[in-house]
Write a protein that binds this ligand. Structure first.
Ligand code: DGL
Length: 272
C-alpha cells in the first residue's frame, strides 16, 4: 500500500514547492492535489478557505497520506491552525499537517542585513498578519512590512505573466512595498505562485535587495522534520512515485502545470 506525502495548493502554485521537495527528498511517494476548480483562494473569507482546505485535506488523508504539506500560503494562513486545533485529532488521529509559513518565518530574519524585510503575498495572507506574528517570534528585531498583490495570482494562473500588463502590476506592488520602508534589503515571495515571476520582480529592484522564494526553505524544513519524527517517516512509502490530481479539468491542468513544475505532468480529475 502506498502511503505518500500529500501536497496541497489551491491551484498550481504548490507545484513550485513540490518540485523542490522531490529534488531534496526523491525517495518518497507524493500525491499532489490542486483545487483548481475553486482557485484562487486569495480573496476568499476565512470560513471559505477553511471549508475548502478541510475538504482537500480530508481527501488526501483518505488516500493514505500520513502527512500533508499545505503548499499554499493562503491556506496555511487562514485554515491550518483551525484544522490542527479542531479537526486533526478528532477526524484524523495520528496524522500531521504542516504549512509553509512557519519554516519560512523561522529563517527569513537571517537573510536581512538591515533587519528590514518586505513580504509580497495574496490579500488573504496579508490580512491574516501571519507573517508579522510569526517573524516577531523568531526575530523580534526585524521590521516587517507587507504588500498585498491581488492581481498576480490571476495573471500567473492565466499564463499572462510575461507581458506589459504583468510588468505594470509587479512595478506598482514593488513601489508600494518600498514606499512603506526604504530600508528593506530582503523581499520574501510569500505566495507559492510568485517564483514564476521572481526574475521580473528582480528586474524592477535595486541590486542590493534580495528576493527569496519558499520552495527550498520548505523542502529543507521537511527533511529536518522527518529526521526528528521517525514515527511519521517510517510510515511513508518509498517508491519515488508522484501522482497529480485536480478538482478541475485534467487536460487543462496538464497544459498549465509544466510552467510551474518544470516538466510535463499527467493529472487525473477528482470530485470532492
Ligand atoms: N498559491 C497560493 C499561496 O501561496 C495562493 C493562490 C490563491 O490565491 O489561491 O498563497
Amino acid at each position: 500500500m502506498q502511503t505518500p506525502i500529500g501536497v496541497f495548493d489551491s491551484g498550481y502554485g504548490g507545484l513550485t514547492v513540490l518540485k523542490e521537495i522531490t529534488k531534496r527528498l526523491p525517495q518518497y511517494d507524493y500525491i499532489y492535489l490542486g483545487d483548481n476548480a475553486r482557485a484562487p483562494y486569495g480573496n476568499r473569507s476565512y470560513e471559505t478557505v477553511y471549508h475548502y482546505t478541510l475538504q482537500c485535506v480530508d481527501w488526501l488523508f483518505k488516500q493514505n497520506c500520513p502527512l500533508i504539506i499545505l503548499a499554499c500560503n493562503t491556506a496555511s494562513a487562514k485554515a491550518l491552525r483551525t484544522i490542527q486545533q479542531n479537526d486533526l485529532d478528532k477526524k484524523f488521529p495520528g496524522k500531521k499537517i504542516l504549512g509553509v509559513i512557519r519554516p519560512t518565518t523561522e529563517i527569513i530574519g537571517d537573510h536581512s542585513k538591515t533587519n528590514h524585510v518586505g513580504i509580497m503575498a495574496t490579500n488573504g495572507t496579508v490580512q491574516s498578519r501571519s507573517y508579522l506574528i510569526e517573524i516577531e517570534k523568531f526575530s523580534a528585531d526585524t521590521k516587517v512590512v507587507q504588500q498585498a498583490c491581488p492581481m498576480l495570482v490571476p495573471l500567473i494562473e492565466n499564463n499572462e505573466f510575461e507581458n506589459e500588463a504583468a510588468d505594470y502590476f509587479i512595478k506598482k506592488y514593488i513601489t508600494e512595498l518600498l514606499k512603506q520602508d526604504d530600508e528593506i534589503d530582503t523581499i520574501l515571495l510569500a505566495c507559492t505562485h510568485y517564483p514564476l515571476i521572481k526574475k521580473q520582480i528582480e528586474k524592477f529592484l535595486p541590486k542590493d535587495i534580495i528576493v527569496i522564494a519558499q520552495g527550498e526553505i520548505v523542502a529543507a524544513s521537511l527533511e529536518d522534520y522527518l529526521k526528528r519524527h521517525a514515527e511519521i517517516e517510517q510510515q511513508l512509502s518509498k517508491n519515488k512515485s508522484i501522482q497529480f490530481y485536480t478538482t478541475d479539468s485534467a487536460e487543462e491542468f496538464n497544459d498549465h502545470a509544466s510552467i510551474f513544475y518544470g516538466e510535463e505532468v499527467k493529472a487525473e480529475h477528482v470530485e470532492l
